[in-house]
Design a binder for this molecule. Sequence first.
Ligand SMILES: Nc1ncnc2c1ncn2[C@@H]1O[C@H](COP(=O)(O)OP(=O)(O)OP(=O)(O)O)[C@@H](O)[C@H]1O
Ligand SMILES: [Mg+2]
Length: 230
Amino acid sequence: MDRIMSLRKPKSPIAEAYRLIRSSIEFSNVDKELKVICVTSSIQNEGKSTVMSNLAVSFAKLDKKVLIVEGDLRNPSVHRMFNISNINGLTDILLEKKNFTECVHCNVVENLHILTCGKIPINPSEMLSSKKIRSFIDELREHYDYIFIDAPPVGIVSDAGIISTYTDGCILVVGSGEVDVEMARLSKERLEKVGANILGVVLNKFEHKGNTEYYSYYEDDSKRRSRRKK
Ligand SMILES: Nc1ncnc2c1ncn2[C@@H]1O[C@H](COP(=O)(O)OP(=O)(O)OP(=O)(O)O)[C@@H](O)[C@H]1O
Ligand SMILES: [Mg+2]
């Protein structure tokens, strides 16, 4: 759990940055239910899983009941992030081999439950677009305050777009120096095309006065403007 600064160094500027993002999300929650949130980026390695895990921990610390669901069925990593096993997980539930209670890791951090990938499937996109996963996520809504889904990169496969259709909001992580503005803009457009509610962009790995681990959160402009009008 080395990368979970919200846990390891709760008083650090990084943990504080996550609390700021958390507040922005909570604030967006006023008008419309914002419970299931997916986190994606344009390409691999921009920091999706790191950002998603830190945010989830940050909410769990508020005494919210939080669930992380591994949504990257091609390159799952949530189990490594939290040092837990990945023997049983989401795919086993979708294939009706196990039930949720048999797969979920409870209180990995107080109030934080985790559902890892399980066996890597041969048909991830089909699994992620199935009716079964939609009704499963709907059922989970009744049991958690927040559900974070770690999605694959939106610029590489269609999975993140599919996931966004059953989530209430999407966060786009941009790895500073790893993607250019055009690529980030294309990813935003891809998500918008499938009707995703983009909550904002997290600029990750931004070098700020010698600190390489600095996070910024930019709320989607149109949302900020429409809120101001109210
Ligand atoms: N803010 C940061 N500062 C420095 N290193 C970071 C930061 N965020 C993530 N990293 C590092 O970048 C690498 C990729 O992070 P992570 O696994 O979270 O990315 P990802 O987008 O989920 O990758 P993948 O596409 O493979 O799922 C890791 O080695 C992680 O430690
Ligand atoms: Mg990842």
